[in-house]
Every structure is written in C-alpha cells, then in structure tokens.
Ligand binder design. Structure first.
Ligand code: PHE
Ligand code: CO
Length: 297
C-alpha cells in the first residue's frame, strides 16, 4: 500500500520500499517501462491463480451489505465476471467511459513519484500478480485482488475519482516540499482505511478495509477502535500502524467534503502541521485528543 523509493524512474530493479520489508517487493521490474507500467500477461495466470481470485472475491462480496458504502457496492459489478482474474483492458474501457480514468498494469509496488504521476494523469496502477494460496487471509504487499477489488470500484464515482487525481497532483507538489510523509497519512487514512458516515450508519470506503477479510467488519462494527471525525491537520499529525488492524479510523461525511477540504493549497497546511508537531508532537495510533468528537458503534 505504501509506494516509496529513492528513484522515480524504473531501472529494471525492484524499488526500495520502507514499511514492513525485510525483502524487496516481488515482481519482475525488468518487464516494465520507465513509468513502471507493463503489459498484463493474462496467459501467465494458472488455474490455481484464478481460483484464488474467485474465492477471495466471493468471500468479500458476501460481507459487503451493511459494511461497504453504497457507491462501492453498486460499482463493484463493473469488475466483471468474478470467476477469473479480469483482463485490465476491459475494465479500463468501462472506467474511461464513466470517469475518464484508466487502469494500467504494474509489476508491484512502485516509487511514490511514479505513483503520483500516474494518478495525476488519471491512471491507476494495478499489480498483476496474485497472492499464493497460503497468503489467502493476509498478504503484506498489495496484489491484484487488493488493487482491483479494493481500489477500482470507487474510481467509477465522479467525486472520488477527482479526489484521486487531485491527490496525485498534490503528491508531485509534496515531493518538492519534502512533505510526502504528511501526505501519505492522508492516503492511508482515506483511500486505504477511510470510513464514511451515511444515514444508514458507518460504512467503509477505504480499499485496505474493503479487500480485507477481517478488517471490514472490525472497522465498521467492532467497539474497540477509535473513530474520529475527519480533520485534515489532526490526520496529518497521526501516525499509523501497517502490521495490524488500525487503532484509529477517520470518518468523512461525503466524498464531496473530502474533495472540498483537500482542494486548497497544502503549502500552508504542511507548515502548520509541522509547527504543531514541533510543539505538541505526533499523535500515536489509537490516541484520542481531549474533547474530540468520536463515533460509537
Ligand atoms: N490541495 C492539495 C495541495 O495543494 C492537493 C491535494 C488534493 C492533495 C487532494 C491531496 C488530496 O497539495
Ligand atoms: Co492500496
């Protein structure tokens, strides 16, 4: 889910990532171009690979009602027949007609500058390989199931799609301002682990939640984690855990709210967040500030 590296141009070797890794990302980077995209070799998937996809899809689909937001549930059908790993080109054509987004194939995690550049061009990178059967419940790096099932449906939503492009453009700017760590928190707590308040109750819209067997119900319905109202500066001060379910989730009211609060220039926001961190420190995952509005389930 994190996409970080020292270099922004593919040189045929796996990018350096930070996070969990004691090993480099898997995937063959020699087959990718300078922008890290490659051709999905649909013929390389085995019947066992298709079977893994089919079982992952079926398990997630049956838990969506009451836990995933309506926009996601409606759009997930756009992924096509769930019996086999889809051809990216077919989904990409439908997506382009809906919101002018496309999906492109990548060998795995890519450096953040390359990632931002693709998003800014309304291209979402999807990893082509699928997890091994022994990783059915948990895979450390994003695979085709996480990227497709988790991320692609909401790209069919106009407002969310515009947010993703703005994020990419914002990422290119954050690279120049040395603010990628703060901006990465926004991606983490919205695109990957965001919750949304709806008239029917809290629902998930983050891809890391929606593609997870256990965290989908945990994030929406378990009493243990903290759920706080989305607040950009508070969020940017908040550290996150990448090896367990989240201890804190941020709750938006609507995709429109998310887009509108992140539209202004972040240059002064980064400066203020840095000052606050210097004065009062970062906020650990699971910590709630005095007087902070919380959602209970
Ligand atoms: N407004 C942000 C900036 O100036 C761009 C952005 C939009 C970043 C949406 C993230 C998400 O950097
Ligand atoms: Co992801």
């Amino acid at each position: 889910m994190d996409r970080h590296s020292a270099k922004g141009v593919n040189e045929g070797v796996a990018p350096v990532t930070y996070g969990t890794g004691d090993r480099p990302p898997r995937g063959n980077y020699a087959r990718a171009g300078a922008d890290y995209t490659c051709v999905q070799d649909h013929g390389q998937y085995t019947e066992a690979d298709h079977d893994t996809y089919r079982r992952l899809y079926a398990r997630q689909l049956q838990q969506l009602p009451g836990l995933a937001c309506d926009e996601f549930i409606t759009a997930v059908q756009q992924l096509g027949a769930p019996a086999r790993i889809p051809r990216f080109d077919a989904i990409s054509e439908r997506l382009f007609r809906a919101t002018r987004w496309q999906i492109v194939c990548v060998p795995g995690l890519i450096p953040e500058e390359a990632f931002f550049a693709l998003l800014a061009a309304r291209k979402f990178p999807v990893t082509d390989w699928i997890r091994k059967p022994e990783e059915f419940d948990y895979v450390v790096e994003p695979d085709v199931f996480h990227d497709l099932f988790g991320h692609v449906p909401l790209l069919f939503d106009r407002t969310f799609a515009d947010y993703m492009q703005a994020y990419g453009a914002g990422g290119l700017k954050a690279s120049r301002l040395d603010a990628c760590e703060l901006l990465a928190r926004l991606y983490w707590y919205t695109v990957e682990f965001g919750l949304i308040a709806t008239p029917k109750g809290l629902r998930a819209y983050g891809a890391g939640i929606l593609s997870s067997a256990g965290e989908l119900r945990y994030s929406v319905a378990h009493p243990e984690p903290q759920r706080v109202a989305f607040d950009l500066q508070r969020l940017m001060r908040s550290r996150y855990r990448i090896d367990t379910y989240q201890a804190t989730y941020f709750v938006i009211d609507s995709f429109r709210q998310l887009f509108d609060t992140t539209a202004p220039d972040f240059t002064p926001v980064y400066a203020r967040v840095r000052e606050t961190i210097a004065d009062s420190g970062e906020i650990e995952a699971g910590v709630v500030l005095p007087g902070e509005l919380r959602f209970t389930v």
